[in-house]
Design a protein around this ligand. Structure first.
Ligand code: ZN
Ligand code: ZN
Length: 85
């Protein structure tokens, strides 16, 4: 099935680079009211600060601080591609 925009035009074949996550190979739309952070390297969209905290917790070794001990502002790299923010 091909997705069709309301205008009747097919979706563009490729997405704008700033909305395509190379860590997940997926289109990750930025909400109309903005995202907390978009990784400049892989393009992952962290919609909220909590998203960043949770991804950090899931992708981090068990011996480093977890949510509760840190805030999103303490995370200075992308949990998916290790790119420094
Ligand atoms: Zn990244
Ligand atoms: Zn992603």
């Amino acid at each position: 099935m091909t997705a069709i925009e309301p205008s009747g035009e097919p979706w563009p074949y490729s997405w704008p680079e700033d909305e395509h996550c190379y860590s997940h190979g997926a289109h990750e739309p930025i909400p109309a009211d903005g995202a907390y952070l978009v990784c400049l390297e892989c393009g992952h969209v962290f919609v909220t600060a909590l998203d960043l905290l949770l991804d950090y917790a899931v992708n981090s070794p068990p011996d480093i601080p977890v949510p509760g001990d840190i805030t999103a502002k303490d995370i200075n790299f992308c949990p998916h591609c290790i790119h420094d923010f």
